[in-house]
Design a protein around this ligand. Structure first.
Ligand code: CTP
Ligand code: CA
Length: 228
């Protein structure tokens, strides 16, 4: 296996993957999050490792067990802000960044240090926007290859292409999470992959492991020949 990895299509490449759903604290016992299971991101981390890459997996809330391969560096984070900090601190030595995580778009403006007690009949939570991690890195992109995900519930192609351009990505993986066999929590996914010129790959329902391999093969082809 070692020898295979040494000549794998991603050998010598540093791949950073984000996975899971970020947790935005309201107080010590309550939070805002989303339905991301982390399965897609963990599958990408395993596949990248199998293809020879040096892998860092930045994981927010997930039910996935830590990867068995000790060569995959696992970094646990909670909030969008902590994910941003971890990604930025590793950005300069990254060849490929794959943002499979579902990052909260808004977080509570105030996070209480002590459990909030109930009082009136209604309660208003003020939310503020989080930093868009991909968008901010897309602006300072050097040689890094950036891959985003777009989980949509309709018009996936339109929204995915818009995100690809807006965030200056090299590839975007679009899926319609309202389709059976796609999206959060499932072991399979149905994805279409786009670049700035349009559709690159339309995959039938496939395991997340297979989607990960196909995606990384595309990335490897596209960065090959580029030395840094
Ligand atoms: N993303 C990010 N930082 C954020 C929000 C999203 O890096 N604060 C990344 C996600 O990890 C994903 C991509 O951007 O790879 C698209 O996320 P998505 O939620 O689909 O896009 P948004 O731009 O947040 O748009 P919307 O939620 O309104 O569809
Ligand atoms: Ca979002």
């Amino acid at each position: 296996i070692q020898a295979d990895r040494a000549k794998g299509p991603l050998s010598g490449k540093k791949v950073m993957v984000t996975a899971g759903g970020t947790v935005e604290r309201i107080d010590p016992v309550r939070y805002i999050s989303n339905d991301s299971s982390g399965k897609m991101g963990f599958a990408i981390a395993r596949a990248a490792r199998a293809m020879g890459a040096e892998v860092t997996l930045i994981a927010a809330r997930t039910d996935e067990a830590p990867p068995q391969d000790p060569e995959i560096t696992l970094v646990r984070v909670e909030s969008a802000q902590s994910m941003l900090d971890e990604v930025v601190s590793r950005w300069n030595s990254c060849d490929i960044l794959i943002k499979a995580a579902a990052v909260a778009d808004y977080r509570p403006k105030h996070s209480a240090d002590a459990k909030i007690k109930k009082s009136g009949d209604t309660m208003t939570l003020e939310l503020v926007k989080t930093t868009d991690i991909l968008e901010s890195l897309g602006k300072v992109k050097d040689n890094q290859f950036l891959i985003g995900f777009a989980a949509e519930t309709g018009n996936a192609e339109y929204y995915a292409k818009d995100k690809l351009v807006r965030k200056n990505l090299d590839l975007i993986v679009a899926n319609d999470v309202s389709r059976e066999g796609a999206g959060f929590g499932t072991d399979t996914n149905i994805v279409s992959i786009y670049d700035a010129d349009g559709l690159v790959l339309d995959l039938p329902i496939s395991s997340k492991d297979e989607v990960a391999r196909r995606l990384l093969t595309l990335a490897a082809e596209r960065i090959s020949g580029v030395t840094r």
